[in-house]
Write a protein that binds this ligand. Structure first.
Ligand code: ATP
Ligand code: MG
Length: 258
């Protein structure tokens, strides 16, 4: 279901200071679902000024999708559904990203529904926390181990302080990523206590630890029938199965509705 969004464009970031928590991967999955499956108009601002991983992912995807007849066909079928090209990926330094996005909003306010900010996991970067504080929505990915929980908790507390003191209007939500269903329930329970004590909502959707999230699009033979994490295609129904990405998107867009 496609919701009417409260903010147009909505500024959204999946963010934590913790490296490797899945920010870039999940941004790509949710942005691609939003643009290619839901039909929202998306742009991604790649603010990972150390690695520019999102931009590198786009360059990789272009090479692989255009080289594969099967994937080209999926891309063109997808194009026929919504009649629009792939979403732009724009690189920016953390300190410049907000002005760049505000410029996009000013110049062509009606064009985008969602602007995703992929921000590196580093508090040391100038402007890092102010950029996150200027979002409409921040989704904090918690990974169930103690170091990850403590680190993302710090980001959550910094943002919550800014919200409580009226310096940020961001809606904060936490969610679980890389949950090994059998082993990590105890950690999830501990973490939920920490998050709820801070007064932040925890999403119902917890993403499982699945090798599919790690697959790199290098094997054309296996990629022929579809791909999972890709900036040019949304995941096929077959690949969405058990990943919970579809229900995560539904929950995220439900929160963002008018
Ligand atoms: N649910 C999951 N199950 C298995 N692997 C996952 C899952 N989510 C993310 N990953 C993998 O974890 C690794 C780190 O993810 P990613 O690069 O997206 O993290 P990041 O938070 O953007 O890191 P950085 O802080 O370096 O920017 C990647 O190999 C990714 O494919
Ligand atoms: Mg990243």
């Amino acid at each position: 279901m496609r919701y009417t969004l409260k903010h147009k464009p909505s500024f959204i970031s999946i963010a934590t200071q913790k490296g490797g928590a899945g920010k870039t991967t999940l941004t790509a999955l949710v942005a691609s679902m939003a643009h290619y499956a839901y039909g929202y108009s998306v742009a991604v601002i790649d603010c990972d000024e150390h690695q520019y991983s999102f931009s590198r992912m786009r360059a990789r995807d272009e090479k692989i999708v255009y080289a594969s007849e099967g994937l080209r066909r999926i891309a063109s079928d997808q194009f026929l559904v919504h009649h629009k090209a792939c979403y732009p990926v724009i690189g920016a330094k953390v300190a410049d990203a907000y002005d760049l996005a505000a410029g996009l909003r000013q110049a062509d306010g009606s064009r985008y529904d969602l602007l995703f900010f992929d921000v590196q996991g580093s508090v040391g970067t100038t402007g890092w926390i102010s950029l996150l504080a200027s979002m409409d929505y921040v989704f904090l990915p918690f990974v169930p181990d103690m170091l990850n929980i403590e680190s993302t908790e710090k980001t959550m507390l910094m943002l919550k302080d800014l919200v409580d003191s009226g310096k940020s209007e961001a809606t904060l939500s936490a969610f679980w990523n890389m949950v090994n269903v059998r082993e990590r329930r105890d950690m999830v329970e501990v973490g939920n206590g920490v998050i709820r004590a801070c007064g932040v909502r925890v999403l119902r959707t917890a993403l499982p630890m699945l090798s599919r999230f790690r697959d790199k699009l290098t094997d054309l033979a296996t990629a022929k029938s579809g791909v999972f994490t890709c900036t040019l295609l949304s995941p096929t129904n077959n690949m969405l199965k058990d990943s919970c990405i579809d229900i995560l998107c539904e929950e995220i867009f439900e929160i963002m509705q008018a």
